[in-house]
Design a binder for this molecule. Structure first.
Ligand code: PEP
Ligand code: MG
Length: 565
């Protein structure tokens, strides 16, 4: 970024999804407050007109949603159509109108109360019906917003593309993000491992999180230029700046399937896969294999563990996408942000430090044993080179037990994730037992900095560029070197090209990331020699803060600016 540009920065945060894009600001409207309890029509109000206004506004909401559905695609279009149908359904309107006519309830309160009654009924039915309760509340909020002439809640729906500015995005909001409409995202809260960051990266939308003052400074409708790598937003960019940003965004980079430094050192570039459908996309993006197959998808939202046969079927879908290639399957990582009622104690006061990851197998060894049976069966049926690793390993003894459990199933490439500082510091003896280590920088950062990775207010501490985290990586690589065992990184840090070269300089031999990031990381790596990576690693290790480490490294990597990263 030029100095002139940098001087004009209006908002600064953490760049979590690279790319530059400009557009008018659209702010995420806040939640709709319930109308005051007991709100009644005025003495001289026209009751019939008030009742009718409910039908008019519900119909307007349904029309608006249908129009939006027409310009949306896939899941977003489906969600919008379903919500439109609910808004058009006369049941809710009639129930609300009855309250106006019989009790002189205000139209907004009548809609609120009638919708809540329907939502509660649906909720008590459980399962699919209970999920619809959220949709009814969404319709409620929209009709009430329309009646009160307030902005529509949720992701703004516009004909033209925009830059989304919000305090934070809820997972339900992010599901509706349409990359064709949302040019960039800026949030006040959230960290590099927040939902917003992970989703923005997977959709390829430039994003800046943890940008204090964003909602106040980036006013509705003003043009803004966002740099999702540098973590900046500039108001009223010049037409030249916008053209340059758009030209960079139009460049399509591809990955040739062979990660390497400029002097030819092979660094495996692998994909993180969260569900079988993602494996095909990862293969198409040129991934050299899978560095992290998160198996939780198979277990989430279940009352009981899935059968071995079901697990085999799902695991085979991922292995089949990578014939002859490496696929690292992670055993179940239950607990903390992924509670599983059949396995984890949701009443734990401190779930991140509780019985999670591999620790759940202490009390429930059978679930791990069944999963290893399923992985071994899937591996035998496919030709992928299957590696297995356990999450949240903290000790040498746990490593020994896990490696032995894998060996019992004929799974001989058994490794550990390094996510806990104790494992990083004990990597020598741990890697004397395990075949490999894969560093989970999301949790390793959380535990090194003692900062909950989900808390937006601690976003500034949740940064893998912090020299303390980098020293943990250095220590892990030292252990790997001693034992001649490969050490990779599969946390979100691997997807940030500036940290990626530092990780390579520290000694990691593979980087696993969202498939969308492969081409960017490959391009920066291909422009940087191994010796340069090592120099940059020393520079970062010598810094005193994450900000300083990032600035020092980025300042020495002009290729980032050239590629708009
Ligand atoms: C990590 O902690 O970095 C990791 C890859 O695991 P997860 O994000 O699934 O906890
Ligand atoms: Mg983790």
């Amino acid at each position: 970024m030029s100095t002139e540009h940098a001087n004009r920065t209006n908002v600064r945060g953490i760049g979590v999804s690279p790319g530059r894009a400009a557009g008018p600001v659209a702010q995420l409207a806040g939640a709709i407050d319930p109308p005051p309890q007991g709100e009644r029509l005025a003495e001289d109000a026209d009751v019939e007109a008030a009742a009718e206004s409910i039908a008019t506004h519900a119909a307007a909401v349904a029309d608006q949603l249908n129009t939006l559905a027409e310009s949306a695609e896939g899941e977003a279009a489906e969600i919008l159509t379903t919500t439109a149908q609910m808004a058009a359904d006369p049941t809710l309107v009639k129930a609300a109108q009855a309250k106006v006519r019989d009790q002189r309830t205000s139209p907004a309160l009548a809609v609120w109360e009638a919708a809540d009654a329907v939502a509660e009924q649906l909720g008590s039915l459980g399962g699919y019906m209970a999920e619809r309760a959220r949709d009814v509340r969404d319709v409620r909020d929209r009709v009430v917003a329309s009646l009160q002439d307030l902005p529509m809640p949720g992701i703004p729906q516009r004909e033209e593309p925009f830059v989304l500015v919000a305090l934070d995005l809820a997972p339900a909001d992010t599901a509706l993000l349409d990359p064709a409409k949302v040019r960039a995202i800026v949030t006040t809260e959230g960290g590099p491992t927040s939902h917003t960051a992970i989703l923005a990266r997977s959709l390829g939308i430039p994003a800046v999180v943890g940008a204090s003052g964003a909602v106040e400074v980036l006013e509705e409708g003003r043009m803004v230029l966002v740099d999702g790598a540098a973590g900046t937003a500039v108001l009223d960019p010049t037409p030249e700046e916008v053209t340059a940003a758009e030209a960079l965004a139009a460049q399509v980079r591809t990955f040739d399937g062979h990660g390497r430094t400029s002097d030819g050192k092979h660094i495996q570039l692998l994909a993180n896969v969260g569900e079988p459908a993602g494996a095909g996309k990862a293969a198409e993006a040129g991934a050299e294999g899978v560095g992290l197959f998160r198996t939780e998808f198979c277990f989430l939202d279940r009352a009981e563990e899935p059968s071995i046969a079901e697990q085999v079927k799902e695991y085979r879908r991922v292995l089949a996408a990578f014939p002859g290639k490496k696929v690292v399957v992670r055993t179940l990582d239950a607990g903390a942000d992924k509670p599983m009622p059949f396995l984890t104690d949701t009443a734990e006061p401190n779930p991140s430090l509780g019985v999670r990851g591999l620790r759940t197998s202490w009390r429930n060894p059978k679930i791990l044993d069944n999963q290893l049976t399923a992985i071994a069966e899937a591996a035998a049926a496919e030709s992928a080179d299957v590696w297995v690793m356990a999450p949240m390993v903290a000790t040498v003894a746990e490593t020994e037990e896990f490696v032995a459990a894998c060996a019992k199933h004929g799974l001989n490439t058994a490794g550990v994730m390094v996510e806990v500082p104790s494992a990083a510091l004990m990597s020598g003896p741990i890697l004397a037992r395990a075949a490999f280590a894969s560093i989970g920088t999301n949790d390793l950062t959380q535990y090194t900095m003692a900062a909950d990775r989900l808390l937006g207010s601690l976003a500034s501490l949740s940064d893998a560029f912090h020299p303390a985290v980098l020293r943990m990586v250095e220590e892990t690589c030292r252990g790997g070197d001693q034992q001649s065992r490969p050490v990779g990184v599969c946390g979100e840090a691997a997807a940030d090209p500036a940290i990626a070269v530092v990780l390579v300089g520290l000694g990691v031999s593979s980087l696993s990331m969202s498939p969308r990031s492969l081409a960017d990381v490959a391009a920066v790596l291909a422009a940087t020699s191994l010796q340069r990576c090592q120099e940059l690693a020393r520079l970062a290790l010598g810094a005193e803060s994450a900000e300083q480490a990032r600035a020092l490294v980025r300042g020495q990597l002009p290729v980032l600016d050239e590629l708009g990263l």
